[in-house]
Design a protein around this ligand. Structure first.
Ligand SMILES: [Zn+2]
Length: 313
């Protein structure tokens, strides 16, 4: 089975709108079947202005994108939303008191469906980004893949046969909180020493501040100057990546692991080496069955993937 984009029913239109909602920014775009963004808008989330205002800004932005692309609402096959989780895809609700506190518990799907008279669907933003990469980026027709994003946190998406893998209650497993060091830094997920608490940008920044490097960027600059304390911080993070990839490898055995996120843009080589070391050390898996690739769509993966959700529905 390959992951070619599924053909749309022409009566339902050939375009899809994608909405990528984060704690600080919302990106909106109109996307064609090849994953090309015909028009896009981005604006601050400003969740404190309230959910109703937020929905109005999103619908206005979709209309502005359609207008810029010279297209009509009737040409939309639907609207896909990727949102910083937790979210409930089945109910269409955002359940994120962490980064969208004033929107906690709201139904984002119904107002979009009603306004545009088109199907609308919601997924976790990391899953949406994995869908974007799977179909239009680094996925390259792999049947099973895992995407890990290293930025402020550590995000994850699992795709099996081109579909998002969901857990109980149709929700999203969190590979970013796999346990690594039982006595490591405390995390909001409920344990100490998960991978996010050791290898996220936030974790490396915290360790860097304590060692006098300022932030994660300072740590990597010091590493480039061969500073041993910086090397210790980065090695601890990379050791966490190795253990996490080992666990993923032995649990899911995906054909491809895609690494993305802000830190990967600058340090893919380091993270990929750690991941490949884990894969190469495994004696129980077929040699060479899993490869490691860098994400290709950058911060647009979530937007393109959100639009693609419409085609997978
Ligand atoms: Zn955690």
């Amino acid at each position: 089975m390959n992951l070619e984009p599924r053909t749309l029913n022409p009566e339902r239109g050939v375009l899809a709108a994608g909405v990528d909602i984060g704690g600080t920014k919302i990106a909106v775009g109109v996307v064609d079947e090849q994953g090309r963004i015909l028009a896009e808008r981005a604006f601050p989330t400003e969740a404190a202005l309230g959910f109703v205002r937020g929905v109005t800004r999103i619908t206005d932005a979709i209309d502005a994108c359609l207008s810029e692309a010279g297209r009509l609402r009737a040409e939309l096959a639907g609207i896909g939303v990727g949102c910083a989780g937790p979210v409930n895809p089945k109910r269409g609700t955002i359940d994120n008191p962490h980064t969208l506190p004033t929107w906690d518990g709201v139904d984002i799907v119904t107002p979009l469906r009603t306004t545009f008279d088109r199907p609308a669907m919601l997924e976790n933003d990391a899953d949406a980004a994995a869908v974007g990469e799977a179909y239009f980026g680094a996925g390259e027709n792999r049947r099973s893949l895992v995407m890990l994003t290293f930025g402020t946190g550590v995000g994850s998406g699992i795709l099996l046969d081109g579909r998002i893998y969901r857990g109980a209650a149709d929700t999203h497993p969190e590979l970013g909180h796999l346990p690594i060091e039982p006595d490591g830094p405390e995390c909001y997920c409920g344990i100490r020493g998960c991978i996010e608490s050791l290898a996220s940008g936030t974790a490396i920044s915290a360790a860097g501040k304590a060692a006098g490097f300022g932030d994660a960027r300072g740590v990597f600059q010091a590493l480039a100057n061969d500073d041993s304390r910086a090397r210790d911080i980065v090695n601890r993070a990379l050791a966490a990546v190795r253990v996490a990839v080992w666990t993923i490898q032995h649990t899911l055995l995906p054909e491809r692991i895609i690494l993305g996120g802000g830190m990967i843009d600058d340090h893919f080589g380091l993270f990929a080496e750690a991941a490949r070391n884990a894969i190469d050390a495994a004696t129980l898996n077929p040699h060479g069955c899993t490869d490691v690739m860098q994400a290709r769509l950058g911060n647009r993966a979530g937007l393109v993937g959100a639009a693609q959700l419409v085609r997978l529905a």
